[in-house]
Design a protein around this ligand. Structure first.
Ligand code: SF4
Length: 446
């Protein structure tokens, strides 16, 4: 159970030195209890007090780090039930399944295909992170070979999936250096799987037949000293699976149930007979509240919408998505290509750049920092005024790239044309269409 403010206060130095930024130790204790302060802000907490206090300041769902390298990721660490209450922190991890009876050539081909599934959006690289190596019952050596090959030859991190402790040990031998998730400890093998995970300092999935049955298992494993657990309540029917995800999240957040305070793993691949249905179920799990979502396969038409959904759900709702201020080249523009300017709201950028691309007219797109506001809002808020835009064009460096002096501004910002002309003497300011959808026709007509 988390400590109350008064319990925390009793463990503090009580000198009211104010170094933590609040006037008294009591105020700091209250802030710590409500998650508004970090324990590190007080430099005078003793080590034994720290251990007890860490519990009070830890997120109710433990963050669990998986993997190594560029696709290393973390699941869990969430503090709210609904995204609008604050934000969700660690995006759902997407995984596909590889069977241990796959042959080497087929595995090479699969890894090559999977590795190509990377999409640039809003300056981010969207891609899946995990492959589940599933024991096909063809022996420890085959399992270890496939796991080792993926670990050594690809960026992907792994889930090692077998109920056989010897097969798991072989997998850990070849792929353990990449911090795989071991799947799974059950009531039958918890001692051995727990010991293997603990000895190798690896995260461990825990599987039971219900949410209720998970609790004694996680209590047993945490009692063995394991900290990084991932929960599978065993449900493989859609309605029950969703209910279990919600029940686990609620129990951890609302009832401070430490036995369920861990991220989850879900298996749409075991709930559907085709990838389309799997994708729909995965979409539901990304929204509520799958920590790891395992698919049977990755295809671009399945993966891309899931990555976009994940991107949208795991962005901070209090901060608009933005792109970096600067010059964006669309379709290899040259010194005669048109120059357009707009704001750095990510949606504005995507729509405008997409329409310019569709026009097939190479162009320079200037993105001005407007604190993530769209054109009309930015103009109304004084973030996209004529003076600002004019100064931005001057310092952007676009004048070194083109030999003409025409700037196309958004139709919604027509009112700033005069001010830009004053800031950019000799330039022609052309008012473009209000709607981005009209850009292709506008650009082609010029
Ligand atoms: Fe108390 Fe520590 Fe804050 Fe000083 S820094 S007022 S000792 S909580």
């Amino acid at each position: 159970m988390a400590l109350t403010g008064i319990q925390i206060f009793k463990l503090l130095p009580k000198t009211n030195c104010k170094e933590c930024g609040v006037p008294t130790c009591l105020a700091f204790a209250m802030n710590l209890a409500s998650g508004k302060a970090e324990l590190d802000s007080c430099p005078y907490v003793s080590d034994e007090a720290k251990e007890q206090l860490a519990e009070a300041s830890a997120p109710p769902i433990r963050p669990v780090a998986l993997g190594k390298g560029v696709r290393k990721t973390t699941t869990g660490g969430e503090t709210v039930l609904y995204r609008h209450e604050k934000t969700f922190f660690n995006p759902t991890i997407l995984a596909a399944t590889v069977s241990s009876d796959i042959d080497a050539a087929e595995l090479d081909k699969t890894l090559k295909i999977y590795n190509a599934f990377q999409y640039e959006r809003v300056g981010l690289n969207l891609r899946p992170e995990l492959l589940v190596v599933k024991d096909a019952g063809n022996g420890a050596e085959a399992f270890a070979t496939v796991a080792g090959k993926i670990a050594k030859e690809s960026e992907f991190n792994l889930v090692l999936m077998t109920q056989d402790i010897d097969v798991m040990k072989a997998g850990v031998e070849t792929a353990g250096f990449k911090r795989p998730l071991l799947y799974a400890a059950t009531a039958d093998n918890a001692d051995e799987m727990g010991a293997l995970a603990k000895d190798n300092d690896l995260p461990l999935a825990v599987k039971a037949d219900s949410v209720e049955a998970l609790q004694p298992l996680t209590e047993k494993l945490t009692g063995m000293g394991l900290k990084d657990l991932v929960l599978d309540p065993g449900s493989r029917e859609i309605k029950q699976a969703l209910e279990d995800q919600v029940a686990i999240r609620r129990a951890a957040l609302k009832a401070s149930n430490k036995a369920l305070g861990f991220p989850t793993i879900t298996f749409p691949c075991e709930m559907a007979s085709n990838l389309d249905m799997e994708t729909l179920i995965a979409g539901m799990m990304v929204a509520k509240y799958g920590g790891i979502v395992v698919m049977s396969d990755f295809t671009s038409e399945s993966l891309f919408p899931l990555l976009l959904e994940r991107l949208n759900i795991y962005t901070d709702p209090q901060r608009p998505m933005t792109v970096t201020e600067g010059i964006f080249e669309i379709g290899n523009p040259d010194e005669n290509s048109p120059v357009l300017v707009t704001t750095n709201f990510a949606l504005t950028y995507f729509i405008v750049s997409g329409e310019i691309e569709a026009s097939k007219v190479p162009a320079w797109l200037l993105i001005k920092d407007s604190e993530g506001l769209s054109v009309l809002t930015a103009w109304a808020a004084g973030k996209f005024g004529g003076d600002d835009v004019g100064m931005f064009v001057k310092k952007s460096g676009i004048m070194d790239k083109v030999k003409h002096t025409e700037l196309i501004i958004p139709g919604y910002a027509a009112a700033i044309a005069g001010d830009i002309e004053e800031e950019l003497p000799g330039w022609t300011i052309t008012v473009g269409p209000r709607e981005a959808a009209h850009l292709p026709a506008f650009l082609k007509s010029k």
